[in-house]
Design a protein around this ligand. Structure first.
Ligand code: ZN
Ligand code: ZN
Length: 370
């Protein structure tokens, strides 16, 4: 029998892995305050909710607005609904005051100082301990469900990009292109764009995070587009430079150097290789073209539920890559007043090397759409 069922997320397995990781750090519990981590461990996609986890209990603290959603999304988790007049922090403090743990571990990165102080004053007979990165480390290794979701997100982003580039007209502005692209992704089933889409015409492509303006395509011969989709909570992240007219020779030189740096870096990706090494490989390729000083950001980042997760391909990142990580590889060179080139693809680290999950054309000869 042939089945092509999509893999399902196994939240209890994720929670077991978390508890094992916590135990190795000497932690016996955790109050999870990051909405992404709550979602990763329960399937709940709402906000304003905390998760309390110990080897004996898993409690989702939420409010009445989400009750129905939780019932349909979450299984095997105790639910504690706070009253509208109780803040999420006070509800957590009230619930934890009744527990016998003397030490309460709290996710530090997603808890504000004010929340931390309030929790501490409400739980004066307990000690608060800060925990960072425990769930984020689990999220570095994508399971079958997550890989499938990321691939769906990539497919939507790529199909929408192709549809949008077919519509390009000289009069279209950066903002119109970004709007068209986002709408195309939504039509194809995305919840939204993964982040604010970047569209930079001509010299505006030298701004790595430029927001779309009213500048029209006809002002230049090239445009940089950095976009991604959000589908079932999972993101994708790509960048392409599109040629809309005959571009200057200088752009071709930059483009070929960036593409070579990207392909060299991708070829170096496999388990056990240091993250900093992949970045260095790209820099070395750009050095040969005399452009390394124009590469002003890190080479890539992991993503999934969030667009920038904890893996960074950059200087000083002395950790090895592991199978199951999904990272972007996005070298870029930027010349103020002229323009920038960035090429970004999404790569899965596999047991034997890597798999490029994105498939949009990127050879110089292939990026002319006019
Ligand atoms: Zn991007
Ligand atoms: Zn990126």
């Amino acid at each position: 029998m042939v089945t092509n069922k999509k893999p399902l997320p196994d939240y209890s397995k994720r929670r077991d892995r978390l508890l094992r990781g916590l135990r190795s750090q000497g932690a016996k519990n955790l109050l999870i305050t990051s909405p992404y981590n709550v979602s990763y461990l329960t399937g709940f996609t709402g906000e304003d909710s905390f998760l309390w986890i110990t080897p004996k209990e898993v409690v989702l603290l939420s409010d009445a607005r989400y009750e129905e959603q939780i019932q349909s999304e979450v299984k095997d988790v105790e639910l504690l609904i706070r009253t509208p007049s109780t803040t999420i922090v006070d509800a957590a403090a009230n619930a934890l005051a009744l527990r016998d743990q003397a030490e309460i571990w709290v996710e530090a990165a997603s808890t504000s100082v004010a929340q931390w102080e309030r929790l501490g004053s409400q739980l004066s007979n307990k000690t608060l301990a800060s925990c960072s990165g425990a769930v984020e480390r689990l999220r570095e290794i994508k399971d079958a469900y997550e890989l499938n979701a990321i691939q769906d997100s990539i497919r939507i982003a790529e199909r929408a990009f192709k549809a949008t580039t077919e519509l390009l007209e000289p009069e279209m502005s950066e903002k119109q292109i970004a709007d068209e692209l986002e709408f195309a992704m939504r039509r194809l089933g995305a919840e939204s764009a993964a982040f604010k889409i970047i569209v930079g015409v001509g010299e505006r492509s030298a701004l790595p995070h430029g927001r779309p303006s009213n500048k029209p395509l006809r002002d230049s011969s090239f445009v940089l587009i950095d976009w991604g989709a959000k589908k079932n909570g999972y993101l994708s992240d790509l960048t392409r430079v599109v040629l809309t007219d005959k571009p200057p020779a200088k752009l071709e030189k930059m483009y070929r150097a960036v593409l070579q740096a990207q392909m060299d870096a991708i070829a170096a990706i496999k388990p056990g290789v240091l993250m900093s090494h992949i970045d260095a490989v790209a820099r070395k390729a750009l050095e040969k073209a005399g452009l390394e000083k124009r590469f002003t950001h890190g080479l890539g980042h992991s993503f999934g539920l969030e667009i920038h997760e904890s893996v960074r391909l950059g200087k000083g990142q002395e950790r090895p890559l592991e199978a199951g990580m999904v990272v972007t590889v996005e070298p870029g060179v930027y010349v103020p007043g002229f323009g920038g080139v960035r090429i970004e693809d999404d790569i899965l680290v596999t047991d034997s090397g890597n798999q490029v999950l994105t498939s949009l054309a990127k050879q110089w000869e292939e990026v002319l759409v006019a």
